[in-house]
Write a protein that binds this ligand. Structure first.
Ligand SMILES: [Zn+2]
Length: 139
């Protein structure tokens, strides 16, 4: 089955904001798929009609903001590449303020929780060590 045209990537293509290999992949798509060309043409017409901005296209196509859970997974590398691309594009290219703020917030929480996790681990290790030393002494 043919891959559905990905508007997010096509916008990135128009803006030339994609990594080189992704640009090449999309060029290939556009060369071989009438459907992809059609969607690109629509996007270009939006450019021509003068109300083109990433924000309006984003809204028009209901490219929604990421939830905090998804942002957390994004930070920890737990998303499939397409979804990670989507969020990266949304935050870095579209520069959605709301998601940027949420991402910062989630990032600080992730840092705190992984810090306290490693504190827990070293406390546990220390207790284990002290206990072992205790056993050794008693023997
Ligand atoms: Zn957003």
């Amino acid at each position: 089955m043919e891959e559905e045209p990905n508007r997010i990537k096509l916008i990135g293509y128009l803006e030339e904001s994609l990594p080189a290999e992704e640009m090449t992949r999309l060029e290939e798509k556009l060369r071989t798929s009438p459907r992809w060309r059609e969607v690109l043409k629509e996007l270009v017409e939006e450019v021509g009609s003068g109300d083109y901005s990433l924000a309006t296209i984003w809204q028009r196509h209901r490219l929604t903001c990421a939830s905090r859970e998804r942002l957390g997974a994004y930070l920890q590398g737990g998303l499939v590449p397409d979804e990670a691309d989507y969020i990266r594009f949304h935050i870095e290219v579209v520069q959605c303020r709301r998601c940027q703020a949420n991402l910062e917030d989630v990032r600080s929480q992730v840092e705190v929780s992984s810090q306290s996790l490693s504190e827990n681990v070293s406390a546990r290790r220390r207790r284990f060590f002290e206990t072992s030393v205790g056993y050794l002494r008693h023997e």
